[in-house]
Ligand binder design. Structure first.
Ligand code: CA
Length: 416
């Protein structure tokens, strides 16, 4: 399928991708829903208003794109997602049925460089898993030794915790260094700006239709409840985390900021990139039985630009296929007790680390607790993040002659 717009070979947003996001134009406060195509945004809010989207089976008062978030569309379910995806594909096709040469094209196609991106959804709840075996092993080895690296539950269920949705921010939003209680080794706790500010390379998925309280989502139905995926940087203050986390787990060391990429890539766009996951031994219990190609081959990168430097340098190269627990297992596990997921909820994978040091998804692992600092141009060293540092996450799946990309999740550290 050819698009009538020119699409560069390295573009994250060819016609095979069509990710959804929320944007506003110039100084306009109105938020619209759009689809990224090449270096443009296709305005679905206007198309729907002009009656051009023509989504079958929906009446005029069942509008999907007239709110400032993707929640109504996420709630509408897979048949509607697929019908809109097909309609958008047809509108962008290089033939006489699409928008090519039509007067309305000028209104509904805008340059990405001229818009601001916003959070794609009103996120009611945010859950963060801990689904990378290499990450859990690295952290366990650092804190408990190699023999006890994985806790006894880890291979039996996807460990997770409830995060905070209010501090989830869209790419480009600065992150203020958190202040909190930290405990020096041989002294009383003090209140201090975090000195061990870190990143976590993760991916997250948005929930589509939810489930009723008390009614679990079976793993075989999970795909119908997952709208799409984004990049997630779950910023972490390791010194605050270390002192506070016993016995209830992560709290203020985690909930000051979580950055997501603005474009939600659908499972339909990712379908060609499904791959085998690592074999699971012991075999998971029935409700976590996940047959077939359960992972996605998405190349993940982290670039860091030290304060004062002009350019980003790559510090991490990983892949989402390294995960041990997949997104269907995560959702089935989350709801097995009857907990209700709702449209727009965000569930993140936990830090994604691979087998090699270059693929370790946090600075804590990458510098091995700061013992092996990273080197940058100009003789600059980093163990953890300094004020003014910028960090950028990227993700791409590689087709034969196209990419399905996630854009980026970027943030710069402001002083405490
Ligand atoms: Ca995390």
């Amino acid at each position: 399928m050819n698009c009538f717009l020119p699409i560069a070979k390295e573009s994250h947003f060819p016609i095979q991708n069509l990710p959804f996001g929320v944007f506003s134009r110039g100084n306009d406060k109105q938020r619209h829903v759009g689809v990224a195509i090449s270096d443009m945004v296709l305005d679905l809010t206007l198309l729907e208003r002009h009656g051009v989207l023509g989504i079958t089976g929906r009446t005029a008062d069942e509008m999907l794109f007239q709110q400032s978030s993707l929640n109504p569309f996420m709630a509408a379910g897979r048949p509607t997602w697929q019908s809109v995806r097909q309609r958008v594909t047809n509108l962008l096709a290089d033939d006489e049925h699409g928008l090519r040469d039509k007067p309305i094209a000028e209104q509904v196609l805008v340059k990405q460089s001229g818009v601001s991106m916003h959070l794609p959804a009103e996120i009611g709840d945010y859950t963060d898993f801990y689904s990378s075996r290499e990450h859990a092993t690295n952290i366990g080895t650092m804190f408990r030794g190699k023999e006890n690296a994985l806790m006894p539950n880890w291979l039996h269920l996807p460990v997770g915790y409830h995060g905070r949705s209010s501090s989830i921010i869209v790419s480009g939003t600065p992150v203020r260094r958190p202040v909190g209680q930290v405990k020096p080794d041989d002294a009383d706790p003090v209140v201090s700006p975090s000195r061990l500010l870190d990143i976590e390379l993760e991916m997250g998925f948005f929930v589509g239709p939810g489930n009723r309280l008390g009614e679990p989502i079976g793993i075989e139905a999970a795909d119908d409840h997952i709208f799409g995926m984004v990049l997630v940087n779950d910023w972490s203050a390791r010194d605050i985390q270390k002192w506070e986390y016993v016995p209830l787990g992560p709290f203020l060391g985690k909930n000051f900021a979580t950055t997501v990429s603005p474009w939600v890539v659908t499972l339909d766009a990712l379908a060609p990139f499904r791959v085998d996951g690592p074999s699971q031994d012991p075999t998971p219990v029935d409700y976590l039985h996940s047959p077939g190609l359960r992972m996605y081959d998405i190349e993940l990168g982290v670039d860091l630009r030290p304060a004062g430097n002009a350019h980003y340098e790559t510090i991490i190269q990983s892949n989402s296929r390294h995960l041990y627990w997949d997104i269907r297992q995560q959702l089935a596990h989350h709801t097995v007790n009857g907990c209700n997921a709702r449209p727009g909820d965000l569930m993140a994978s936990g830090t994604i680390s691979g087998p090699e040091p270059i693929s370790f998804g946090s600075l804590l692992e990458r510098t091995w607790r700061g013992t092996q600092p990273l080197q940058f141009t100009g003789g600059i060293e980093r163990k953890f993040l300094a004020d003014g540092d910028s960090v950028r996450l990227t993700g791409i799946a590689r087709g034969d002659d196209y990419l399905v990309g996630f854009g980026e999740a970027e943030g710069t550290i402001l002083p405490a």
